[in-house]
Design a binder for this molecule. Structure first.
Ligand SMILES: [Zn+2]
Length: 296
């Protein structure tokens, strides 16, 4: 939280500096006004007029849109996704026909290619926009609002999670009144083979439900959903695993691809398993951790 706020403050200072500078260079810009900018290129002196990209909406679209059977766009994401796609197109990474405000698999691939072009590998090139890559892509093209930060990694019950996930778990504990003990953490590549790679990145945990009644398991899953996890109670009949709760934090920018698919499926009413079954969890209004925090 502190670093995000610091980033915002820095961004505000930068904007102020740019505003002052653009005032100073206004006459120079006016002198150059006769020089038409190239199509798709932002005019040099228009820093305050750059489009604003909502990072939360963009990252959400990048999880849901690739899972859709149709071309429905994620509500509230169109303008932001379009600005990102235009920037990818300008860099020769995305064909014009995919520049439409829909963050489908082709846009995810193009975004991953952009991340690799910055020298990123692994999770940092997962096709989900993170703050560093998105800020870089937006240079001279767009500014960012509603930035997401996952924070530093830490240990919980001996397992690695990031700070955002830890804060979400603490709030779910408070809401449910149940102590949450992990069985598996995040950033665990090559871990439990039954997890199909979902725990390779950030935002994903398994919760131990030993000794919990069915009602308590459901109550914990509900609390996890309320704070922004795609969470399901998993039974031994569904896979080669004991009873547990699998939870993936929506909009965690470190999500592994398989976990991105699960958070997208969750929005589309599915169970996040390979069988594409219907969501069998407790119904809550789906929201992200950041949305939850704004309303509580
Ligand atoms: Zn799991």
């Amino acid at each position: 939280m502190a670093s995000a706020s610091k980033t915002r403050k820095t961004a505000t200072r930068l904007l102020t500096a740019v505003a002052v500078l653009s005032g100073l260079v206004l006459s120079a810009a006016q002198a150059n006004a006769a020089t038409a900018s190239l199509p798709g290129e932002a005019p040099a002196a228009a820093a305050t007029a750059l489009p604003v990209v909502n990072m939360e909406a963009t990252v959400l679209a990048a999880q849901i849109d690739p899972r859709r059977a149709d071309s429905t766009q994620t509500p509230g994401a169109h303008d932001s996704v379009l600005a990102v796609e235009q920037a990818l197109q300008a860099r020769g990474l995305l064909d014009a026909r995919w520049v439409d405000g829909y963050f489908g698999t082709t846009t995810v691939s193009a975004y991953a290619a952009y991340q690799r072009s910055l020298g990123f590998t692994g999770l940092d090139a997962n096709g989900l926009p993170g703050t560093t890559s998105l800020t870089s892509l937006g240079q001279g093209r767009f500014t960012l609002t509603r930035q997401i930060g996952v924070g530093a990694k830490l240990k919980r019950d001996g397992y690695t999670v990031n700070t955002r996930t830890q804060n979400m778990l603490l709030e779910a504990e408070r809401l449910s009144g149940v102590h949450i003990k992990l069985d598996q953490g995040s950033y665990n590549p090559g871990g439990d083979p039954t997890s199909a790679g979902t725990h390779d990145g950030g935002g994903v945990v398994d919760i131990n439900v030993d000794g919990m009644t069915s009602a308590t398991r459901t109550a914990v899953a509900k609390a996890l959903r309320q704070v922004g996890f795609a969470a399901w109670v998993r039974s031994p009949s569904q896979g080669n695993w004991p009873w547990h709760i699998h939870a993936a934090a929506i909009n965690d920018t470190d999500l592994a691809t398989q976990a991105q698919n699960q958070t997208g499926d969750y929005y589309l009413g599915l169970n996040g398993l390979a069988n594409h079954g219907a969501d069998d969890g407790p119904r809550v209004a789906i929201q992200t951790w950041e949305e939850y925090q704004r309303t509580h």
